[in-house]
Design a protein around this ligand. Structure first.
Ligand SMILES: Cc1cc2nc3c(=O)[nH]c(=O)nc-3n(C[C@H](O)[C@H](O)[C@H](O)COP(=O)(O)OP(=O)(O)OC[C@H]3O[C@@H](n4cnc5c(N)ncnc54)[C@H](O)[C@@H]3O)c2cc1C
Length: 472
């Protein structure tokens, strides 16, 4: 194994393992507290795991288990997102949600869900008759029996938020090591972390490895307190024309296993249908299959009949880092100055900032004589604002002097692509470029813009986009 002298020489206050939404939020929180942070990510870019493919709902926690840590952290994470979003330029689409009942049994369950939501401290809940709900969203099927309105459920851009968190950490001096897989760790008062890029030393660590949380705990020499059981969610993305029929998040009455199939506006102007909840052993591959996608579409058309006429733009699947228990699996090991944020299953986008605050509090509670060095918050926090990609706010193509439009489906400008490539956390692969700019994510899925993108990104992405041979 090659050892990088740079990595060996530096000793960090904190190593974060995994740059999903949770790891990025943890890096920011510790950097703001004054820690010198290093983030180890085995993928070529941030969000190489569960965080790249979710429904993008900023949950209120109305249906979270009462009294749970998950409820507390979802509420804290949501509150912090709302507090910092203007400063970081993060979008918020204030859709609200309807939990829809399609038969009498479900209609009865709505009262219990409302009571649970109130007990969970959630405001803005109201039981609606079918008529009231359909007056607010006329596209809902006439078969609707009743609905529970949840005013505070919102939609965000799931990729710009973690990017903003890590960018702020980097602005505060954090080091982001991509393509760096943690292989093993030894603690002797400090951590010696063996990675594919050399040895990294740190006084403390946070394991935020998502779908590999249990594997990483074992590699660090711990007996993992949980087992990851990946749960796949398939999605269908409908064309932007569908958005006029879906102004709110449409939720089913949840079951003990899943929040169920959601019809949801996206920040980018599309409509999302999904996710499924399918157990699988594979932690990497999230395959889509036609019968399941057709079933999703059929269900969506039952709920909002007008969607029958709407074309499909894309399909994809994500894997939730579910575990053998419904609860978040959080372990603090003060003697080893380590925190594991494991099993962050289906609410991690909403709770990430809450989890980060929780990890800092656990770190600060580590007992003497292994107390961590005192952290000194920076006097000046450098301003960080990520580019806006949400349709609900001004995009770059609507601003003066935008120049060339590279992706016409998503109206991505050359300036946006150059900004992403030159940013403090540039994309490492094509998926990362798409998530930072939306180039190639529209109706033609890159058919028209890929050649131009290949020219613009030469030598910048791994693997490179194929550049067409020049004509003789
Ligand atoms: C289908 C679906 C729908 C969802 N909908 C929502 C929603 O609407 N709202 C919401 O709040 N949440 C939602 N979620 C949940 C949310 O996406 C997850 O809770 C969250 O992404 C978990 O993030 P994480 O950082 O813990 O894990 P991950 O995103 O998996 O990040 C872990 C990172 O660690 C890296 N890693 C792993 N092993 C190593 C190693 N050995 N060395 C270095 N790096 C390593 C991985 O490459 C990865 O990038 C949804 C999830 C799915 C899949």
């Amino acid at each position: 194994m090659q050892t990088s002298p740079l990595l060996v020489a530096e000793r960090f206050d904190l190593a974060v393992i995994g740059a999903g939404v949770v790891g990025c939020a943890v890096a920011r929180r510790f950097a703001l507290a004054g820690a010198r942070v290093v983030v180890l990510e085995k993928g070529r870019d941030i969000l190489s795991g569960a965080s790249k493919a979710n429904s993008a709902i900023l949950h209120t926690g109305f249906d979270a288990p009462p009294g749970s840590l998950e409820l507390e952290l979802v509420r804290a994470g949501r509150a912090e997102y709302l507090a910092i979003r203007e400063e970081l330029n993060l979008p918020l689409v204030e859709t609200g949600a309807f939990v829809c009942a399609w038969d009498e049994a479900q209609a009865g369950a709505l009262e219990e869900i409302e009571a649970q939501g109130r007990a969970n401290g959630i405001e803005g809940l109201a039981l609606r008759s079918a008529g009231e709900a359909r007056a607010a969203m006329p596209s809902l099927s006439g078969r609707l029996r009743a609905a529970l309105e949840v005013e505070g459920e919102h939609v965000v851009d799931p990729w710009s938020a973690p990017l903003a968190y890590l960018t702020q950490a980097v602005a505060l001096g954090a080091v982001f090591l991509r393509g760096t897989e943690l292989l093993a760790g030894r603690f002797d008062g400090a951590w010696h972390l063996e990675t594919t890029a050399g040895t990294v030393r740190a006084d403390a660590l946070v394991n935020a490895a998502g779908l590999y949380g249990d594997v990483v705990d074992a590699r660090l020499g711990f007996t993992p307190g949980f087992e990851i059981r990946p749960r796949k969610g398939q999605f269908v993305v409908l064309d932007k024309a569908a958005s006029r029929h879906v102004r709110r998040i449409v939720l089913p009455v949840p079951t003990p296993v899943t929040k169920g199939i959601v019809i949801c506006p996206t920040a980018f102007g599309n409509v999302l249908v999904g996710p499924t909840a399918e157990e699988q052993d594979d932690r990497e591959r999230a395959a889509v299959d036609t019968p399941m996608l057709e079933a999703l579409l059929a269900r969506a058309r039952e709920i909002v009949p007008a969607l029958a006429a709407m074309p499909v733009t894309a399909v994809y699947a994500g894997l939730r880092p579910a575990s053998d228990d419904k609860a978040y699996r959080i372990f603090a090991r003060p003697q080893a100055r380590a925190v594991t944020l494991g099993g962050i299953r289906s609410t991690g986008l909403s709770s990430a900032l809450g989890l980060a605050g929780h990890a800092l509090r656990l770190y600060q509670s580590f007992s003497a004589p292994l107390a961590p060095p005192a952290l000194v918050p920076p006097a000046l926090v450098p301003p960080v604002r990520v580019p806006n990609l949400a349709e609900t706010r001004q995009r770059d193509w609507q601003r003066p002097d935008h120049g060339e439009i590279v992706c016409h489906c998503e109206m991505t400008t050359r300036r946006e692509i150059e900004t992403a490539l030159d940013s403090p956390v540039p994309p490492g692969d094509f998926g990362g470029l798409r998530r930072r700019t939306r180039a190639g994510m529209g109706r033609c899925q890159g058919f028209y813009c890929n050649a131009r993108l290949a020219q613009m990104t030469q030598g910048r992405l791994d693997p490179p986009l194929a550049v067409p041979e020049p004509k003789p």
